[in-house]
Ligand binder design. Structure first.
Ligand SMILES: [Cu+2]
Length: 171
């Protein structure tokens, strides 16, 4: 019965495998306690994590002739349990950064500025040519292919998230 005596002190620290093993030889009450402990730990860990969305595969399309207006693309993953809303973007490499959406209206490609972009939990926003994109205006200095550009997004809760975008040469 050593397992029973040592149980209360160690139940929070036991690796799950050992807890599972012991559950087979203990009675129902400690088993319920153990389940509670196993389930409570991840719940506490979740609320402590400062979860922010992540920019994946960010890239910038440079235009031929060194045009001072570029477009940024990529995927913004929200792996968090809460929705996030992006309300702004800025970069030390550009005078101005806006979130845009391209649309085909009556056969004409138009774009409009998006004031905010909401991303549901476990969803992603995809910025791609012909759709949503970052409009990067007034580069502070010429952006060369291969350059890594940092873009800072502002979230509606006041937090900021950093994304990296790699410049590609015009095709
Ligand atoms: Cu645009």
């Amino acid at each position: 019965m050593d397992a029973m005596r040592g149980w209360p002190a160690v139940k929070l620290l036991q690796p799950v495998a050992v807890i599972m093993q012991r559950m087979k030889i203990t009675r129902l009450a400690p088993l319920v306690l153990a389940l509670g402990a196993v389930m409570a730990v991840p719940a506490i860990a979740r609320t402590k994590v400062d979860c922010t969305p992540q920019v994946q595969q960010g890239w910038i399309r440079l235009l031929p002739g060194g045009m001072p207006m570029h477009a940024g693309f990529g995927r913004i993953d929200n792996a968090c349990a809460q929705p996030v809303t992006i309300v702004g973007a800025k970069s030390a490499s550009y005078g101005e950064v806006e979130l845009h959406e391209s649309r085909n209206v009556d056969g004409v490609n138009r774009m409009r500025q998006l004031k905010e972009l909401r991303i549901a939990p476990k969803e992603a926003a995809v910025l791609k040519p012909g759709g949503m994109h970052l409009m990067l205006m007034d580069p502070v200095k010429p952006v060369k292919p291969g350059a890594r550009i940092a873009i800072v997004f502002t979230l509606s809760d006041g937090r900021e998230m950093l994304g990296e975008f790699i410049a590609r040469k015009p095709d």
